[in-house]
Write a protein that binds this ligand. Structure first.
Ligand code: ATP
Ligand code: MG
Length: 368
């Protein structure tokens, strides 16, 4: 179980991981906790989660790492003088990491190099699941409805401020939403009602990412979420609705004020429920996701207009999180959901192992 991480969603990951560790069947699984500090230090102490939650000093703890060498098959002590191989054997990794350096394909790449099975989307699915600009382009290419948007590099904005502001105001009007391209938990996201707020919002988003997305604000939108589970034959849960406590579903409304509400299942006409489930699976496949994802929608007028807002490839697993709750309401209990996710990880690994990774050129041209 990997948690924490070098992202602005570090704390959210700790709460998610605590909930997953709690729900995992201890008869079936021996859990090796791998905590990653906000600075990126790996910690495999049995109380790693507690230490990270208390922001305790951890330098005195030995460091173990997954190394990109398939022969190692586990966590290797950083004490390189040791000739002995891995200290901790690992059968499958369960990354419960949100945001960059965990949900964006980076750590998935390390697991691939180390040739270890892991839960969730692989490198590409994670990367496009994280980058809201690339994600929107792929969804639009697949004719999946999403809110109109304009994107630019923060550096570009300071050089072409006037043109970009005019383009944003002409194409998107107000209110609009400004987002760092690669983040989650609404960190760095603002709703702008006028040019002054737009400028402040762009500079805030620019603190978190070099790439910024500005989206047309879908007015009076209902926030509908749908969970997806599977590899190449994914299934979709019943949709649920979020009623945010604030003007929009910001960080405080998600995790701090405890006033947002959830309605499961969402009260929607049957044909809209079907549309949302179909679009969730279509988006999951188009974005090359595997294992799990939560697809977020913005729905107007009881379903006459349905927009995919975004996909999250490692959704929240906190006790209030929609991903496990939507499966609970669809007949899959939390611990069974975790069993399935781990089985999907092992299935994918076995399928990958059938693929050739070497080519025999039947000549020694490369020696000349
Ligand atoms: N185009 C839009 N129109 C209306 N509301 C929006 C729009 N985009 C975002 N929002 C509001 O902002 C919230 C956060 O946006 P979004 O889901 O894109 O960010 P996130 O940081 O990836 O969140 P998550 O925690 O789901 O990963 C949404 O739940 C919604 O309340
Ligand atoms: Mg997100």
């Amino acid at each position: 179980m990997v948690f924490g991480g070098r992202s602005a969603e570090h704390e959210v990951s700790l709460v998610s991981a605590a909930s997953v560790i709690h729900a995992l069947d201890k008869e079936k699984y021996e859990i090796v906790p791998i905590g990653i500090t906000p600075e990126g230090r790996w910690l495999t102490a049995s109380d790693a989660l507690k230490l990270l939650r208390e922001k305790a000093k951890v330098d005195q703890y030995p460091e173990h790492l997954i190394v990109p060498n398939p022969q190692r098959k586990g966590l290797v002590s950083l004490n390189w003088t040791l000739t002995s191989p891995a200290v901790y054997h690992v059968d499958v990794l369960f990354p419960v990491l949100h945001g960059p350096y965990g949900e964006d394909g980076t750590i998935q790449g390390l697991f691939e190099l180390a040739d270890l099975p892991y839960v969730g989307a692989a490198v590409l699915g994670s990367a496009v699941g994280m980058d809201k600009v690339i994600q929107k382009q792929l969804l639009q290419h697949a004719k999946i409805p999403t809110a109109p948007g304009v994107w630019f590099f923060h550096k570009e904005f300071s050089e072409n401020q006037k043109e970009l502001l005019t383009a944003i105001e002409r194409k998107l009007r107000y209110p609009c939403f400004v987002k760092p391209a690669n983040l989650g938990s609404s960190v760095g996201i603002s709703k702008a009602h006028n040019r002054k707020e737009l400028l402040a919002a762009i500079s805030l988003a620019g603190e978190y990412d070099r790439k910024i997305l500005v989206e047309k604000g879908i007015q009076k939108a209902r926030e509908i979420e749908c969970s997806v589970l599977g590899n190449q034959e994914p299934i979709a849960s019943v949709p649920g609705e979020i009623i945010p406590s604030g003007e929009f579903y910001d960080y405080d409304a998600k995790y701090v004020d405890g006033k947002s509400k959830a309605a499961i299942p969402a009260k929607l006409p049957k044909n809209v429920v079907r549309k949302i489930r179909d679009l969730s699976i279509k988006a999951f496949k188009v974005l090359d996701c595997e294992g799990m994802a939560r697809v977020d929608f913005l729905v107007r007028g009881n379903g006459t207009r349905v927009y995919v807002n975004e996909i999250n490839t490692i959704p929240g697993f906190t006790p209030i999180s929609m991903y496990p709750k939507l499966w609970e309401a669809s007949g899959i209990r939390y611990s069974e959901l975790l069993d399935r996710l781990i089985r999907l990880a092992l299935d994918r690994y076995r399928e990958r192992k059938k693929l050739k990774t070497v080519y025999d050129p039947k000549s020694t041209w490369y020696r000349e």
